[in-house]
Design a protein around this ligand. Structure first.
Ligand SMILES: Nc1ncnc2c1ncn2[C@@H]1O[C@H](COP(=O)(O)OP(=O)(O)OP(=O)(O)O)[C@@H](O)[C@H]1O
Ligand SMILES: [Mg+2]
Length: 276
């Protein structure tokens, strides 16, 4: 058979297949904030909606106590899991029990959607969806996260998690170009959460701050009482101030004031065989 005839026949058969093929319906993925309202009956406020709808690969929430960090990130994680089959989400918190609180919120929402309660094998605090997506808690230790390949790593109470643990979790995102979401109320002036929040040169991070004034969920009387009872903690817990940890001799601002930018960087002398 000559090549031209062969090509004509091939094209005719492709046309025939295209003519009879069923058109796959395009699945419209709803915006997470709209989906939260319509599917879960949860009405986010403006800042919560912005966090839900932003598709940042890197997200840091520096928000007041009880603002809704755990709830919002739980909804965001479930949205990803439902609409992107096979999504693997790992949650690290101060303890597995604490990670279980976030997963508990996820399970409540999943139950509203009618998903069966199925755990991921080997993970007490977890949810596996019929589409293969998995959300599971990981112990707060460097060793626990090794070996996984993850799409979304969530660090709840991130200011209280050791940098080395987050450092061990980050490589699990390397192959998937996955997402890292840090959420916390401040806790001192050191650590990754503090550094990321203050590093203006870190690009690609979606940063959201929300104080008690952004979401006046507590009565003025409650706020006044908290201020009186816990004057030191109050600024941190409700106004998201990175106050120095009690007992520290110098705070971050003081140390910065003492640095002289005109002094060139002097590398630490390397110990070589000759100097020993
Ligand atoms: N938009 C909202 N509408 C109604 N309730 C909300 C909203 N956002 C949060 N909540 C409620 O506020 C409470 C605190 O939420 P959540 O535990 O998520 O806050 P958090 O910031 O993680 O608190 P914490 O700092 O104590 O861990 C929960 O009962 C949650 O259901
Ligand atoms: Mg929380």
């Amino acid at each position: 058979m000559d090549t031209q005839l062969h090509n004509r026949r091939f094209l005719r058969s492709v046309e025939a297949i295209l003519g009879t093929a069923l058109v796959c319906p395009k699945i419209e993925i709803p915006a997470p904030s709209e989906w939260a309202k319509s599917a879960l009956g949860f009405a986010p406020d403006a800042k919560q909606a912005a966090v839900l709808d932003h598709d940042a690969r890197r997200l840091i929430l520096c928000c007041a106590r009880q603002w809704g960090k755990t709830t919002i990130i739980g909804i965001k994680a479930l949205h990803a899991a439902v609409f992107h089959p096979g999504t693997q989400v790992a949650i690290i918190s101060k303890s597995l029990k604490q990670a279980g609180i976030l997963i508990g919120r996820v399970c409540q929402s999943a139950a509203i959607l009618g998903y069966p309660r199925k755990r991921v094998r080997g993970h007490e605090h977890s949810l596996e969806l019929p589409n293969g997506s998995r959300i599971f808690g990981i112990a707060n230790s460097e060793g626990a996260i090794r070996g996984y390949t993850i799409d979304i790593v969530i660090v709840d109470e991130a200011a209280q998690i050791a940098d080395d643990v987050i450092g061990a979790a980050s490589p699990t995102l390397g192959r998937t170009n996955g997402k890292l979401w840090l959420l916390s109320t401040p806790n001192g002036q050191t650590g990754l959460f503090f550094n990321v929040w203050h590093d203006a040169q870190l690009t690609g991070w979606f940063k959201m701050k929300a104080t008690i004034e952004d979401a006046p969920y507590a009565s003025p009387a409650f706020i006044e009482e908290q201020k009186r009872l816990f004057p030191y903690k109050f600024r941190q817990e409700y106004y998201c101030e990175f106050t120095p940890v009690k007992g520290r001799l110098l705070n971050h601002e003081r140390v910065n004031q003492m640095l002289d930018p005109d002094i060139a960087y002097v590398p630490f002398p390397r110990l070589s065989q000759e100097t020993l």
